[in-house]
Design a protein around this ligand. Structure first.
Ligand SMILES: [Zn+2]
Ligand SMILES: [Zn+2]
Length: 388
């Protein structure tokens, strides 16, 4: 596997409702142990100079505040369930302080769900203050994240909204169409001998991959009415300020220049390896960074993916209950996987209140691993735990 050493901080280790659960009076939900207070599942990964977030659920805001985070190079989404994407509106705060759009990496199916569920993010011209996202489409092939992918400064113009500042000082709207917000993440060449070479595959048009059409949110026919206060720095060409018709197809989209397939260099960047799994019948992705693999919300892993999990130091696995579950691993399944994959450490996440309080659960796992001769140290993760 390519890549250097990674460091992962668990920001949330709870199941979809979190722990404690609203209204529940069980022993776990009433526990005073901080390790029994679990935000929705999320992890912060520091890897090759990048700060990467995996999933941004409803607790995203508190998770960022708790660690004092003001910059993210990338947000990777495992799948589109609200406990993993429900906090994406709150990237607005990072947009403002970091002066960058949020760089979000997800599968095409997740992207289409986001377009439906966050329509205001994809409306053009944008409502002032709506979140600024840049979406990079990935699949189960290794892909590349670049440190400099956010090289356009986001400028907040009061009452008008975000603009990009171009090198010559010109301010232009951040996006005029879906094309300005979406690209295909560059893929790493799996056969690369030195790990440094990358190749690029261009994406087919968004709507062509599925029989279901992309929702009717591609609204490029709306004219951008240039605010008077921007007149001094705005494009001077009459054709760029006239009616909607003349805006269609104009090469004004700032992100294309830096994100477009033709402008991305084919080497450098950090390679992340996705791991395909199924969450019941829903395809989801886990991610490997160096010798750490973060897997959540899976109930099965195809045989073809196990090669990506060889030689791990740390593995996380979602484990929701003792009993079999239709969309998550049960404890028995997790222990069997830990024994098969054999990372040095296996950390359980997406935990529910059906397990005992943390300390008791930890002891129980030690006993079970000894009894079953499991070839990995299996322990419950907890919010704030750092592994490297
Ligand atoms: Zn979940
Ligand atoms: Zn409870």
């Amino acid at each position: 596997m390519t890549g250097g050493r990674a460091r992962l901080t668990f920001l949330g280790t709870g199941t979809s409702q979190g722990v404690p659960i609203i209204g529940c009076k069980c022993e776990v939900c009433r526990s005073k142990d901080e390790r029994d207070k679990r935000f929705r599942a999320s992890a912060l990964v520091e890897y090759e100079g990048l700060t990467i977030l995996v999933d941004a659920g409803p607790d995203f805001r508190m998770q960022m505040l708790r660690l004092g985070i003001s910059h993210l190079d990338a947000i990777l989404l495992t799948h589109n369930h609200k406990d993993h994407t429900g906090g994406l509106d709150d990237v607005r705060s990072l947009n403002y302080v970091d002066r960058r759009a949020a760089e979000i990496y997800c599968e095409r199916s997740v992207l289409e769900d986001l377009i439906r569920e966050y329509p205001y993010v994809f409306k053009f011209p944008k409502y002032p203050g709506a979140p600024e996202w840049m979406l990079h489409v990935i699949d189960e092939r290794p892909f590349i994240i670049r440190k400099d992918s956010s090289d356009k400064e986001l400028v907040w113009v009061h009452d008008v909204g975000y603009h990009y500042r171009l090198p010559d000082g010109q301010l232009i709207p951040t996006a005029r169409s879906l094309d300005d917000m979406i690209d295909e993440a560059p893929k790493a060449v799996a056969a690369s001998s030195d790990g440094s070479t990358a190749s690029l595959r261009s994406a087919p048009p968004l709507a062509s991959l599925r029989s279901a059409p992309v929702p009717p949110l591609t609204v490029p026919r709306v004219a951008w009415v240039e605010p008077a206060r921007l007149a001094a720095t705005a494009p001077s060409s009459d054709s760029e300020r006239s009616d909607a018709g003349s805006l269609r197809g104009t090469p004004l989209s700032p992100p294309r220049g830096r994100r477009g397939v033709d402008s991305v260099p084919v080497s450098g960047g950090t390679i992340v390896t996705p791991i395909r799994g199924l969450h019941d019948k829903l395809p989801v992705l886990g991610f490997r960074f160096g010798d750490i693999a973060y897997i959540t919300d899976m109930s099965s892993i195809p045989e073809s993916e196990f090669a990506k999990l060889e030689g791990l130091k740390h593995l996380t696995l979602n484990t929701v209950s003792y009993k079999p579950h239709h969309s998550h691993f049960s404890l028995d399944e997790t222990l069997a996987l830990a024994d098969r994959i054999r990372p040095q450490f296996t950390w359980l996440t997406h935990l529910s209140h059906s397990f005992p309080v943390h300390e008791q659960f930890s002891q129980e796992l030690k006993r079970l691993c000894a009894e079953r001769n499991i070839h990995s140290v299996v322990q419950p993760a907890y919010d704030g735990l750092v592994i490297e």
